[in-house]
Each structure stands twice: as structure tokens, then as C-alpha cells.
Design a protein around this ligand. Structure first.
Ligand SMILES: Nc1ncnc2c1ncn2[C@@H]1O[C@H](COP(=O)(O)OP(=O)(O)O)[C@@H](O)[C@H]1O
Ligand SMILES: [Mg+2]
Length: 163
């Protein structure tokens, strides 16, 4: 797809609540089958974004960081959210053994922290979210990588989109 200025959305997230709000905005435009890669250093806000997204879908339970389990799943009416954290992922064989391939499909939305750790095993992303520490807050950059991702990004409402 052509990369133009509608393929990227960036801005500032001055505090945690802004990261949560961005996640909630994303929740409103999701569709089944979407894959989002969450990129940024430890502490950048990847899990916080996921918490906001889940809260936006009216999930009010605990959101555990899947650092050791590699994935936590949250079933909703239209799709199941699979939240991966591949920071500790090391063994490609484990990917198939655990059946992770089947987690990606038309009945799920997958959020993947540390996608680089399983590069060749992962399907491509519809959207990437890059988070970076900036003073006491964060900056973000959302990029659409597919037509589906573009459709989500076009509908996404972000109050402080200018940056
Ligand atoms: N926009 C923000 N500004 C300041 N702190 C934030 C922001 N977003 C998240 N945080 C904080 O950063 C810390 C780490 O966030 P976390 O989501 O666990 O990072 P990651 O999953 O990327 O390692 C948390 O304490 C969270 O409250
Ligand atoms: Mg995390």
C-alpha cells in the first residue's frame, strides 16, 4: 500500500492516562483479525496501552503482563483479544508446540509486545504502535501497514493528534 500522511498518526502522551485513552480509542475501531505490534523499550507503555484498550472494551478485570506465560487471552463477543509479550521468547519450537500460530485468525485481535523476538513466526502487522519515553511522558507513532490497518487508523479519534 502507498504510504502517505494518512498512514501515520503520532502525538504526545503526557501521562499514563493519555496512554490508557489511546488504547481506549483503538478499542473503538478494532475489527476481528487485526494484528497490532507494540514496540518500545521496557517501561515505554505497551502494557498500559493494552490495559486501556481492554478497558475500552468494558473489561474491568485484572490485566496481567504475560511476561512468563507469553500470552493472556480475553474473550469478547466479536473476537478474542490475545495479548502477547515475547520478551522472554527464545525457542521457536515452542511457538508451534504452544499452538500460537492458531491464535492469529479472523476471530481474534492480537497485540504483540516484543514482536522482533519471534520475527519469522509472526504474521505481519496491520498496525504498529511505537512508544518512546520523552521527559516524564511518552510519544507515540501509529503506522498502518495494511488496508485493514489503514481503515482502523482512519476511524481512530485521537484528541491530541498534532505532533
Ligand atoms: N504516557 C505516559 N507517561 C508517563 N508514564 C507512563 C505513560 N504511559 C505509561 N506509563 C507508565 O510507564 C510504566 C511502564 O508501563 P508498561 O505499560 O508496563 O510498559 P511496557 O509494557 O512497555 O514495558 C507504568 O508505570 C506506566 O504507568
Ligand atoms: Mg509490557
Amino acid at each position: 500500500m502507498a504510504m502517505d500522511d494518512t498512514s501515520v498518526r503520532s502525538g504526545n502522551l503526557p501521562d499514563e492516562s493519555a496512554t490508557l485513552a489511546l488504547g481506549a480509542s483503538m478499542a473503538a475501531v478494532l475489527q476481528a483479525g487485526v494484528v497490532i505490534f507494540l514496540q518500545g523499550d521496557l517501561g515505554a507503555g505497551k502494557t498500559t496501552f493494552t490495559r486501556g484498550l481492554l478497558a475500552g472494551l468494558a473489561y474491568h478485570g485484572k490485566v496481567k503482563s504475560p511476561t512468563y506465560t507469553l500470552v493472556e487471552s480475553y474473550p469478547f463477543a466479536d473476537f478474542t483479544i490475545h495479548h502477547f509479550d515475547l520478551y522472554r521468547f527464545a525457542d521457536p519450537e515452542e511457538w508451534d508446540d504452544a499452538g500460537f500460530r492458531d491464535y492469529f485468525g479472523t476471530d481474534s485481535v492480537c497485540l504483540v509486545e516484543w514482536p522482533d523476538k519471534a520475527q519469522d513466526l509472526l504474521p505481519s502487522a496491520d498496525l504498529t504502535l511505537e512508544l518512546e519515553v520523552s521527559n516524564t511522558g511518552r510519544t507515540y507513532r501509529l503506522t498502518a501497514r495494511t488496508e485493514t490497518g489503514q481503515s482502523c487508523l482512519t476511524r481512530l479519534s485521537t484528541p491530541s493528534a498534532a505532533a
